[in-house]
Ligand binder design. Structure first.
Ligand code: ADP
Length: 400
């Protein structure tokens, strides 16, 4: 089965084409800065030269046609016609409390995604555009929605209800939803396999990238996660503050003459590692500046690592012990110094890592010492493959 994976952001469209028989990507691509001149387009077909273009891409419809045009291009492409695509899988950010797993897209699923726009105002409309464009170009091809929130729907009520008046949860659906679910699910499955498929397992998964979150996973099911109603809660991130005293919002409004929109934008776009370092949200830049003696860069790292460590500790308490800690995404997979700093002080949980193994990159690996009771695993995430696998499974089941 050939599966086309679409991840529509507000000004970007990421795509991958998978051959599910071979379980591999035939091509990946990205249309970026859609509607902002100059837009950028990158196309990486397997085994052929990468194409990079700067051209006007006024809207998502043009981005979609461009992707299909290159996928089917006689020279650069990897399939001869759009008819070779058997199914389309979409990343959808907010599935509210309705979707506990991926779903075959029909009118009712589209209506539900629309109904969760207030919960995901930036993402769900863009995700719907992706579905709309795919429907226009491939009206008879089945489509599947894979939700960032779905994996965390197994959280117990006491973990997801905020201690504010209960009516607000009932009326506005204000609760913890959690995100990065596809990634947490992917690395959980791989981790359980690496642990030898035990019947029971207590794992903390750490997705540490531009956006970061941890999850407490019991027997393969998410029991808690650091992101909340929105991806702003939890860990300190590239540009997001993560959890802070909510009273800071009123304080800034009253004392710094900032509007709610300005505060919201500051907390989402100018905080986290960028806000503390004052110069970058990119951990590679911050790590090298910290190594050269930049104190604000060092502080940005210390805050980030400390908060990840606190989350691991609190989730060990939530789970009543810990069999494994899993690291993934840009920082989690690549920063050996970051992993070391996060884990320092967690020896009491049975953590002990092998300094040499901690330097290995690019593969799923157990970096713990042989006798460590809590394993530390580094697992490259692959959200697109997970979406492709869900899509294939759901489309095949629907055909039966
Ligand atoms: P996104 O959330 O955008 O998918 P990624 O998972 O790609 O983000 O993570 C991006 C982050 O990973 C950036 O802060 C980047 O600096 C960091 N990163 C990537 N490679 C390294 C590395 N070798 N060392 C430290 N940080 C890294």
């Amino acid at each position: 089965m050939i599966v086309f994976i679409v991840n529509c952001g507000s000004s970007s469209l990421k795509f991958q084409l998978f051959d599910m028989h071979e379980q591999k990507a035939l091509a990946t691509g990205l249309a970026d800065r859609i509607g902002i001149e100059p837009s950028a387009f990158r196309f990486e077909p397997e085994g052929k030269d990468t194409i990079k273009l700067e051209l006007p891409i006024p809207d998502h419809a043009s981005a979609f046609s461009l992707a299909v045009q290159y996928l089917t291009d006689p020279t650069h492409g990897v399939i001869s016609s759009i008819n070779e695509i058997d199914a389309v899988g979409h990343r959808v950010v907010h599935g509210g409390n309705k979707f506990v797993e991926s779903a075959l897209i029909d009118e009712s699923v589209i209506d539900a995604i629309k109904s969760f726009i207030p919960l995901g105002p930036l993402h769900n409309p863009a995700n719907l555009t992706g579905i709309q464009e795919a429907t226009k170009l491939m009206p008879n091809t089945p489509q599947v929605a894979c939700f960032d929130t779905a994996f965390h729907q197994s959280m117990p009520e006491y973990a997801y209800v905020y201690p504010i008046p209960y009516e607000l949860y009932e009326e506005y659906k204000i609760r913890k939803y959690g995100f990065h679910g596809t990634s947490h699910r992917f690395i959980t499955a791989k981790a359980i396999e690496m642990l030898g498929n035990p019947a029971h397992s207590k794992i903390v998964t750490c997705h540490l990238g531009n956006g970061s979150s941890c999850a407490a996973v019991l027997d393969g099911k998410s029991m808690d996660t650091t992101m909340g109603l929105t991806p702003l809660e939890g860990l300190a991130m590239g540009t997001r503050s993560g959890s802070i005293d909510p009273a800071i919002v009123k304080f800034l409004h009253d004392n710094a003459n900032m509007s709610i929109d300005e505060i919201d934008s500051m907390l989402n776009k100018k905080s986290g590692a960028l806000g503390i370092s004052g110069f970058s949200n990119d951990f590679r830049d911050i790590e090298s500046a910290a190594n050269e003696g930049n104190e604000r860069a060092r502080l940005a790292l210390d805050i980030f690592f400390y908060r990840v460590r606190l989350s691991i500790g609190s989730y060990a308490a939530a789970l009543g012990g810990l069999d494994a800690i899993v690291f993934t995404a840009g920082i989690g997979e690549n920063s050996s110094t970051g992993r070391e700093a996060i884990l320092k002080g967690l020896e009491f949980l049975g953590v002990s890592i092998d300094a040499q193994k901690n330097l290995i990159r690019g593969e799923a690996i157990d970096i713990s010492m042989p006798d460590a009771s809590c394993r530390v695993l580094v697992i490259p995430t692959n959200e697109e493959l997970m979406i492709a696998q869900d899509t294939e499974e759901i489309v095949l089941a629907a055909k039966k």
